[in-house]
Design a protein around this ligand. Sequence first.
Ligand SMILES: [Zn+2]
Length: 617
Amino acid sequence: MYAVAGRVKDEDIALVRDRTSIADIISESVTLRPAGGGNLKGLCPFHDEKTPSFTVAPARGVFYCHGCGQGGDAIKFLMDAEHLSFLESIERLASRAGITLRYDSDNSPQRPQTGLRQRLLAAHVAAAEFYCDQLTTPGARKAREFLAHRGFGRDAAERYGCGFAPDAWDALAKHLRQKGFTAEELTTAGLTRAARSGSLIDRFRRRLLWPIKDLSGDVIGFGARKLFDDDDGPKYLNTPETPLYKKSHVLYGIDHAKREIARRGRAVIVEGYTDVMACHEAGEPTAVATCGTAFGIDHIGVLRRLLMDSDSFTGEIIYTFDGDAAGQKAALRAFEEDQRFVGRTFIAVGPDDMDPCELRLARGDLAVRDLIAGREPLVDFALRHTIARFDLDTVEGRVEAMRRAAPLVAKIKDREKRPEYARKLAGDLGMDLEPVLRAVNAAVRGDPAGPGTLGRPAAEAPQRLVERESLKLALQEPVLAGPMFDVVGPENYGDGVYRAIRSAVQAAGGAASASSGGVVWIEKVRDACEDLGGRAVISELAVEPLHVNGAVDPRYVQITMARLQVGSVTTRIRDLKSKVQRLNPVTHKDDYLALAGELFSLEQQARALREQAAGGL
Ligand SMILES: [Zn+2]
C-alpha cells in the first residue's frame, strides 16, 4: 500500500492498525458528532467547509470526505493532516498503542531508525524537563518572581510546565548531546543554533520559558520571556519555524483547552502566556493565545474544527483585548478580515485596560469569568468605537458619526441583519431610522456618502432665511426692530457668519442704539464685525429687499423674531431628544429626569413661539 513501508515489519503494521481507534486519532483535532449508521461527522480538515461532509467510519477504520475526496485509514490521516511520513505516522500510532515496532534490518542499525519527527519531539521532551528543573535553581529567582508577581505559585508553574533557560551559552546543548541527540537534530528542532565560531549554542538564555504543545499534547516549541534589563533581545522570543513548529497554526494552551472549547462551544483568544494561565486558573479553560504572531485564518481553522457543533458552525470566538488603541485597532482589523465569522465573533474588553492576568490579580477569578460573560458582538464593538469619536450632542457630530458608521453596517455579509443594525445605530445616535437606512444603503451601493445627500435636516434651510431676514431688519430698520432684535441673542443663530454679524450688532451698541438706519449705522456694524466673510455679507444685507409687502411694521418684526427662535428652540429640542434617547433611564435616572424636565419646558416655549410666529399674540 505504501512505498516506504519496507522497514517496519508487515505484521507490526497490521497490529498497529488493529489496535488503533481512528475516531480517537481524528477527534484529537476534529470534533466529531454521531451521524447515523455508527458513523461520525465533522468539519473537513483538508478543505474549507461550513457544513460537515467529513465522515469517519470507526467500524471499518477509515475516513472519507464527500467534499474534497480525501480518505484513508488512521495512518493516512496523520500523514495528510500532520504532514508526517508513513514511518512517523506508524511510530506515533505504535507508541500510543504501546506496541514496540520491529524493523526489517536491511541496513541494520543498532538503534532502530526512528523518524525525524519522533527524534525532534523526544528532544523537546528532554528540553522541557531540563528547563523545568532549572526553574528551582538559585539562578532562576527572577523567573520565579515574575510568575509570583502575576499570581502564579509553584503549583501553577508545574502545571503549565514553566521553565528557565540558565545563564550559559550551551547548557541545554551539552545536556541533550549527552542524551544522544545530534547537533543537526537540535538545530533542526530550533533548540540550538550555530555560533559564528561554529560551536553549538542554546537558542534561549536567561529567560522564563513556556512549553508550546500541539493538539495532541506534544511539546513542539517554546515561548521565552525576557527577564533581565541587560538582555537586549525582544521581550518575547519563540521557536522559529521548524518541521514541528508552524507559527501560523500554533495556539498556546490548545492542548488543555481543546476539550472545553468543543464542550462549551467557545474559544477565548487572549494575548499572552500569562493570560492563558490566568484564564484557565480562573475557570475559563477555553483560552488560547497565538505565539508571536497575529491571530490568522489558519488559527481560525484549527478552532473551527473543534467548535463544530451538530451540522453548522455555531461556536463563539471571543477576543480579549486591553482597551488601548492597539487592542481596539486589532479588534477593528478582525472586523475587516473576519467577515465570514463576524456574527460569531465577540470582543471582551477588560475594565481599566486590564488584561485577564492583571484582572485576576486585582479582582479575582470571578472578574475574569465576568469579563468573558460580558462579551460584546464584534459589530456592536466596532460601531460603538466608531461613533464614540464624535460629539453626539450636535447635529454635525451625529451626521458625521452616521457617515463613518454606515459603511460598517453595510459590510455585514448577512444582509438580513443590516436593518437590525441600522435601527440600533439610529438608536445609539439618537436619530431617525430613515436617514440612517439611506446612508447604509448608499454605502452598500458604494456611493460616497457626501453631507449633501445625507446631510442636514431639511428644516435648517428655511431657518437660515429667517436668520438673514432678522439681520436685514436690524441693519435696515434699527429704530423699529431694535428693541425686539436685541433681546434674541447670538446663540439663536445656527449659521456661523450670521452669528458673527449678530454679535457685531451687539458690539456696535445694539440695534436699539442706532438713531437712524443708513450708512453710518451699517459702517459701525461692519467695523465691529470680526469675521471677514461677515463684513462682505453685511453690505448685501444692507440693500437686500425685506420679504414683506409694503412697509415694515412691528408685527412683522415680532413674527420674524419668533420664527427665528422657533428654529433655534427646535434644534435644541432635537439635540436634547437625541441625548435623552441615548440615556439609559434605569442606570442614569437623575440625568434622565433632568433632561426630560428641560425638554418639557422647551416644548412649551416652542409652542408659544409658534403661535407668535403665526401672527397671534
Ligand atoms: Zn474535505
